[in-house]
Design a protein around this ligand. Sequence first.
Ligand code: SF4
Length: 230
Amino acid sequence: MTGVDVAEPADAREGLARVRRYGIKEVFPTLQGEGAQAGTPAVFLRFAGCNLGLEVCPWCDTDWARADHVIDADGTLQLVEGAAVEGFGSERPGLLVVVTGGEPSLQFDAPLSVALRARGYRIAMESNGSRPVDRTLVDWLTISPKQPDFIQREGDELKLLFMGGSTPGLTPDVETVRRITADTEFAHYFLQPVDLPGRGPNYAEVIQAVMELGPPWRLSVQTHKVTGIR
Ligand code: SF4
C-alpha cells in the first residue's frame, strides 16, 4: 500500500478553502501505553494519512488509511472534549492529548495547537520523523523513525523499533542502532519490540540489545497490550 499524504485538504487545492479541515481517524480516551509517559491519562487524536505506508512498514498495525471525520479545528476540539468527558468525567486541566496517526505532522498545525492549548490541554506528538516538526506547536515530541535518514533528529524521546535477527527491516543489530542514531539529541531513548501477528513481540532480542547498548537506552514495553487497555 502506498502512503497517503493528506497535508493539503482537497478544498485548499481547489482554491476554495476558507477553513482548514483535518482528516481524523479516531479520538478516544485511554492511558498512554508506551515510552516515558506510559500510564499517563490521555486523549488520543489519531489523524488519517501517512507518508510512508506499508511499503516502508509492512508490519504496521495501525488503521490510518481512511478518515472517519473531516472537520475543522472547532469540530476537532469538540471531539477531544467529548473523549475527555467520556474517559475522565470532564475536561481536566493539563490533560494530555496524544497527536498521532498515520503521520500527524502532515496535518497538525498552529490553529489546532492554539485551540487545544487555549482549553488547557498539553500536546504530545508521535511522529515518524520523516518531516521536520515545529516543536513550538507541541509540549512533548516522540520520534519513532522508520527510515535510517530520518529528518527530525531531536526531541523529547526517540522510540526505535528493534527488528533484531527475527524481522527484516531497519534495525537488524545494535551497530545499526548506534549508526542511525549517532547524531541525534533526545532526552529519552527507547528500544521497542516488533509485535507480529502470530509471533508476538520479540522481547528477548530487544532486552539483549538494550543490555549491549547500555544507557541511555531503555526497554519500551507496550503496556497497553500487556494490560489489555486500548
Ligand atoms: S509510519 Fe507509522 S503509521 Fe505510517 S506506515 Fe509506518 S508504522 Fe504505520
